[in-house]
Ligand binder design. Structure first.
Ligand code: ATP
Length: 867
């Protein structure tokens, strides 16, 4: 066995020691130092030192060399190096060692201080097996055939001591390691040497033959290679997703928010000619302090978030709940007050801020494969920082069960509330609000997003009465990280590659296809290769995975049939590829609704499907009611937007660029949404008196009458909103509560009612339950009570999860738990705290609040967004 001295260069200190030793032989231990040990005593620690990479290793090597030399010269001061487990270091001087000693000597001639070596305390003797393992590793590391002089040593030792030359060269693969382990120990093993007291160097410098000793050694059978499970695949996919998204955000083009803020500060300082240099420096110092506070606050939030994911502490403890404001498809929006201790800046003015906090149930969203949408919603709110027309996001974070979006509170409620109160609006009032809506949608488009759910509920009224757009849960920008297919690809490609199958639910089992088959078929449907399937290549134009994703993984047009049916554009209903023009169709529907009190395509009968049919056949179904009377100019505007997308007012830009698509807007977003695409609508003559640039400074037709920061009277509902998001997944109702609530009924009715509650219901089942309750022989009010009771305690039937892993009874709960922890990493955000504005300057406008008619309104809040 040779020692590979050439792999590591000695440090000057080591060389000093080496030179000293070579010149003088091993140092004589000064009696005053008890820890000092003799050479031979020290040698057993060699293996440990090698593992630790200590500097002393070189010293040891030198010591060992010297020792072996000296042993042949029989220096009485040097104990014989006969400790059994260090025989491997006793070697005849090889040419390399000789050269090395000469170099070391020359280099450090004159440094003749004795070397003091401290014994490393040994806790226990190494076991035979661990020694053997080390020997095997050493063999593998050190014995590749070499052309230098050492090879002769290796060869001679092989020929003399080992009758099986094939074992002298270590293999490197896992398989070979296992096979080496499983073979009988070689005669070079330390165990064998321990039983070879006569082992010594021959005069020629080669090892003397080692006697074979029959030592009973248990031979370990190779452990089977660990097989990856669906859990490993899930974790691996989550890791890949995290790193790709994280590095994408780090290397994203464009300035960082911090650099933008710095730029803004410097711009302000530059423009302020009255500011002295000292004052400017002072302002910079304040700026840095604020930025530092902000960084600290973000860091604290991240730590809290990661603790909350582990079930330690809570992220929402930063806020106290004041009231429930509203409920959407997947979450509850609550009015919250920030706890003062949460404000790192300790600014007294900032205390007790009131916010709207949207809590989104992760499990529901994951079952519905809404990861992409959730990321999109958070990302657009972050990217809209500082926007006048988008509801400002304050913070986003998560715990194990929920995602949270903390937004500025809009005390005026939503625009739907205003419509419900006023029923119909005058043309002037309508114009004012629709003009603001245009600015809101235009803002989203300039950020390269299609909102896809433009409806009155999603425009909120600020304390000054201005509108802001909210709820970007369905927004689309085409980016790969907002595409559910990207997440599915990572998971299912890995499962298919590892040949891991998960059966799914009874429908999947009936289908009989494995995950690999479904995945392959999906790729074939896309022309042979998945859009997110990155294949690394050595080609010169290979610019890395993130650039590749940005080039090839984005979508240029949306396709999903999403939105609220009454407001959906025909191209969306038909499932065609569509672009941001769909938002302008929805705006025209709102405009019509404000003036006439109902939406144009709403079907009285036939439900949502009939409404959609009406939209598709809009050429036949669309008409203006005779009353109330609306100006021709306004009707012209509506008519020019309620058109197929090619003829829709706003299309000029899209058509022009489509003609030149090959040379313009090569970026992913540019091909589906255009900034300033409202220019034609804004130029319509119905809007000719609208001061677009000053609208935000003018007094709106309705300014909320707010008594305090936490006034919520615009959110008051007849029925209190239940806080379902507080409940845990699949929580069963408390039987004692139910029995108590049913105590006035007969035993028979109690049993039936409990049966109704226990089984999850959908709309069909609920109707059946109601019919059964109607047949009970009780009073009418008791029947109503029972129906309410069933709805209150009962659970809605959950939809079939879109993801096969979450449909499989065996694995669903474990996968869900894992995804709840890993699917939204990087969600945390905190907006930098701003200094108080002192209220917005609201001017006066000639607009007046519209009159209301007695017509019964048709708005209701139960419309579902995802179709
Ligand atoms: N910042 C806010 N300030 C005041 N109220 C708000 C705020 N954000 C949301 N709300 C209220 O909460 C309701 C539900 O919010 P939101 O529409 O964002 O939830 P959602 O789950 O996305 O709903 P949807 O079913 O429309 O998708 C709104 O209609 C509004 O009344």
């Amino acid at each position: 066995m040779k020692r590979n001295h050439t792999k590591r260069q000695e440090t000057p200190n080591e060389q000093a020691a080496l030179g000293t030793l070579v010149m003088n032989g091993p140092p004589k231990p000064p009696p005053a130092v008890p820890e000092m040990v003799s050479l031979a005593e020290y040698v057993p620690a060699k293996t440990r030192l090698r593992r630790g990479g200590s500097k002393l290793l070189s010293v040891l090597r030198a010591l060992t060399n010297s020792a072996s030399q000296n042993s042949s010269t029989a220096d009485p001061l040097v104990p014989a190096p006969l400790s059994p487990d260090k025989s491997s270091v006793i070697r005849p001087p090889s040419p390399v060692n000789a050269v090395k000693k000469t170099i070391s000597f020359t280099y450090l001639k004159g440094q003749l201080e004795p070397t003091v070596i401290h014994r490393t305390p040994r806790k226990s003797r190494p076991s035979v097996l661990s020694q053997e393992k080390e020997v095997i590793q050493v063999v593998q590391k050190e014995s590749p055939p070499s052309s230098n002089g050492d090879s002769s040593t290796a060869k001679s030792s092989k020929s003399s001591a080992d009758p099986r030359p094939s074992q002298s060269t270590g293999k490197t693969s896992l398989e070979s390691k296992l096979s080496v382990k499983s073979k009988p120990l070689s005669p070079q093993s330390s165990e064998n040497r321990r039983h070879s007291p006569k082992e010594s160097t021959s005069p020629e410098g080669s090892l003397a033959p080692i006697a074979e000793v029959d030592t009973p050694i248990t031979v370990r059978t190779p452990e089977p290679e660990p097989q990856p499970t669906f859990i490993s695949a899930e974790k691996a996919a989550a890791t890949k997703i995290f790193f790709e998204c994280h590095y994408h955000s780090l290397f994203g083009t464009g300035p960082t928010p911090r650099s933008l803020r710095r730029r803004q500060l410097e711009g302000e300082l530059h423009r302020d000619i009255n500011c002295t240099t000292e004052e400017k420096d002072e302002k910079r110092t304040v700026w840095f302090k604020k930025e530092t506070d902000h960084l600290r606050e973000t860091r604290v939030m991240k730590i809290r978030g990661s603790n909350a994911l582990k079930g330690k502490g809570s992220t929402t403890s930063m806020y106290e709940v004041v009231k429930i404001l509203g409920k959407g498809s997947f979450g509850v929006v609550r009015l919250v007050r920030e706890r003062p201790e949460n404000d790192a800046s300790q600014d007294p003015h900032k205390r007790k801020e009131i916010y709207a906090m949207k809590a989104i149930r992760k499990s529901d969203m994951l079952r519905n494969s809404q990861e992409g949408h959730l990321r999109a919603e958070r990302d657009i709110l972050v990217s809209a920082e500082g926007s006048r027309w988008v509801v400002p996001l304050i913070a986003s974070f998560q715990d194990l069960n929920h995602l949270y979006l903390v937004m500025e509170y809009m005390p005026g409620g939503d625009f739907l509330g205003l419509l419900i109160r006023d029923n119909i609006l005058s043309e002037e009032t309508t114009k004012w609000y629709v003009a603001e809506m245009i600015l809101c949608i235009e803002e989203a488009h300039s950020l390269r997003w299609i909102h896809r759910d433009v409806k009155p509920d999603n425009f909120l009224i600020s304390s000054s009465g201005h509108l802001k757009i909210s709820d970007f849960g369905l927004a689309f920008d085409g980016h790969w990280s907002h595409d559910q297919a990207y997440y599915n690809h990572h998971r299912y490609s890995l499962l298919a590659k590892l040949n891991i199958n998960v059966e799914g639910d009874s429908i999947d089992k009936k289908d009989g296809k494995t995950i690999a088959t479904v995945f392959r078929e999906g790729c074939e449907a896309q022309g042979g290769r998945d859009r997110h399937d990155f294949v690394p290549s050595d080609e010169p134009n290979n610019d890395g995975i993130l650039n590749w994703r940005n080039r090839c993984g984005n979508r240029t047009l949306a396709r999903s049939v999403v939105g609220t049916s009454q407001y959906m554009a025909p191209e969306v209903v038909k499932g065609h590829a569509y672009d941001a023009r769909c938002d302008w169709w929805s705006l025209a529907v709102i405009l019509y609704e404000c003036l006439y009190g109902h939406t144009p395509f709403l079907a009285e009968e036939g439900g949502r499907q009939q409404t959609k049919n009406n939209i598709v056949r809009h050429h036949e179904t669309f008409h203006f009611p005779e009353k109330p009377s609306v100006s021709r100019c306004c009707r012209n505007l509506i008519r020019s937007i309620i058109q197929d997308k090619e003829h829709r007012l706003c299309s000029r830009r899209y058509l022009k660029d489509q003609l030149q698509a090959s040379c313009f807007h090569k970026d992913y977003a540019g091909r589906c949404v255009y900034p300033n695409d409202a220019e034609d609508i804004k130029a319509h003559k119905w809007f000719q008196d609208v001061p677009w640039d000053r609208l935000h400074l003018m007094r709106p037709p309705f300014v909320p009458n707010i008594k305090g920061k936490d006034d919520t009277h615009y959110f008051d509902e007849e029925e209190p909103i239940s806080d379902f998001s507080e409940s845990v997944d699949d929580a069963k109702p408390d039987v004692t509560d139910i029995t108590q609530a049913l105590r006035s009924f007969s035993k028979e009715i109690q049993i039936l009612a409990i049966g109704f509650i226990e089984k999850p219901y959908d709309s069909v089942r609920m109707r059946k339950v109601e019919r059964e309750i109607d047949s009970f022989n009780v009073r009418e009010e008791q029947k109503d009570y029972l129906k309410q009771l069933v709805k209150h305690y009962g659970r809605k039937e959950k939809k079939r999860p879109r993801d096969r892993m979450l449909r499989d009874r065996e694995v669903a709960s474990r996968v869900l738990e894992l995804r709840k922890k890993s699917a939204f990493l990087g969600y945390t955000y905190r907006r930098i705290r701003r200094s108080r504005d002192g209220g917005s300057s609201v001017g006066r406008s000639g607009f007046s609040v519209g009159s209301t008619s007695g017509k019964k309104n048709v708005w209701h809040r139960s419309r579902l967004s995802i179709v």
